[in-house]
Design a protein around this ligand. Structure first.
Ligand code: XLS
Ligand code: MG
Length: 344
């Protein structure tokens, strides 16, 4: 299917299938093998955690980090791929057990900021200006352990340090209401955009909307997108799906609630998302039950479903929709949309 949209995913989206209750069930694919799959799957952008790009980066000095990142850039060029963003992975290290930027421990906060600055250096070597900040452990397990007002100041301080480190870098905050923490400090797009306005250069702080995260917050992802688009803050998206309020499932886009997915495609397409080079990013996991040879179908299928929904969006009779809106006949409009989704 030909399209102007550009698609991206991260190497973690091809994985061994372990979950909190069971070990890996598929063999590990090497990073080089994963890279070879992007183009055949219809993707040209690669999303990176900083240590996807430079493994063991905590043990390397800046020269060695830069060298590895530059070698990776050459590898991407060789595959005809581009890096979409780099995200500092702040949730695995011992120092970030109780949070990174909002840890109660000053040394942990310093580590987290320094690690984020290194992620920016890696982004530069990979020739992308986009940093994604998923604030994984910036929140609490119990209310009394931290101060939610002070936490905002700490987040602003960390983001300001990143903005100052590189005058061209742009930061996309990826909100999520819970998991791994009980309550995250930045649970929704409204919180993320408001946080950006407290920073030293709000024009460079935007958002990454993950469908499943919005759903976990009890919100409609397409409305979250509309809110961000109105603020000109939608720097990227993480499309996927989610079956109700449970763990973050990262399911194939559109496979749980087709109409909800359709509305995301519709709002993005209607407001020119992608025209400034933004990617259609996916953040999806293969089901644990998939065997190795079919463990990338979630990536192919999400893209196929996005493009099929784009066809539906673009073939809608907008005049008829307008008439129904003017007549306030939303029952008929409901049927029109459901019929379109059923291909009737
Ligand atoms: C986890 C997040 C993560 C970010 C990238 O829930 O979705 O995968 O997208 O750090
Ligand atoms: Mg995500």
């Amino acid at each position: 299917m030909k399209t102007d949209y550009r698609f991206s995913f991260g190497p973690w989206n091809i994985h061994e299938g372990q979950d909190p209750f069971g070990p890996p069930v598929r063999e590990t694919m090497t990073f080089a093998d994963k890279l070879k799959l992007f183009k055949p799957l219809g993707y040209e952008g690669v999303q990176f955690h900083d240590d996807d790009a430079v493994p063991e980066m905590n043990d390397l000095d800046s020269g060695a980090i830069n060298k590895q990142a530059s070698e990776l850039k050459a590898q991407l060029d060789g595959e005809g791929l581009v890096a979409e963003f780099v995200a500092p992975r702040l949730w695995e290290d011992d120092r970030t057990i109780d949070g990174g930027y909002t840890s109660n421990n000053a040394a942990s906060r310093t580590y987290s900021i320094e690690r984020s600055l290194k992620a920016i250096d890696i982004a530069n070597a990979l020739d992308t200006k986009l940093i994604v900040l998923w604030l994984a452990r910036e929140g609490t397990y119990i209310r009394e352990s931290k101060d939610s007002c002070q936490a905002v100041d700490q987040l602003v301080e960390a983001i300001n340090r990143m903005l100052a480190h590189d005058p061209e870098i742009r930061i996309a905050i990826e909100p999520k209401p819970n998991e791994p923490v009980d309550q995250a400090y930045i649970p929704t797009i409204g919180h993320a955009i408001a946080l950006g306005h407290l920073c030293s250069d709000p024009s460079r702080v935007g958002v990454n909307i993950e469908s499943a995260h919005a759903i976990l917050a009890g919100l409609d992802p397409s409305d979250e997108m509309g809110f961000a688009l109105a603020h000109k803050k939608l720097f990227t998206v993480h499309l996927n799906d989610q079956n109700g309020l449970k763990f973050d499932e990262d399911r194939t886009f559109g496979c749980i609630n087709l109409r909800r997915a359709f509305n995301q495609v519709r709002i993005l397409d209607k407001h020119g998302y992608g025209k400034k080079g933004e990617f259609i990013g996916l953040d999806i996991k293969a089901m644990r039950t998939q065997k190795l040879d079919v463990s990338t179908k979630h990536l192919a299928n999400s893209r196929t479903i996005f493009l099929a929904l784009l066809d539906v969006v673009r073939s809608l009779d907008e005049n008829r929709i307008n008439e129904l809106v003017v007549a306030r006949d939303y029952e008929e409009l409901d049927l029109l949309i459901v019929n379109a989704l059923m291909g009737r």
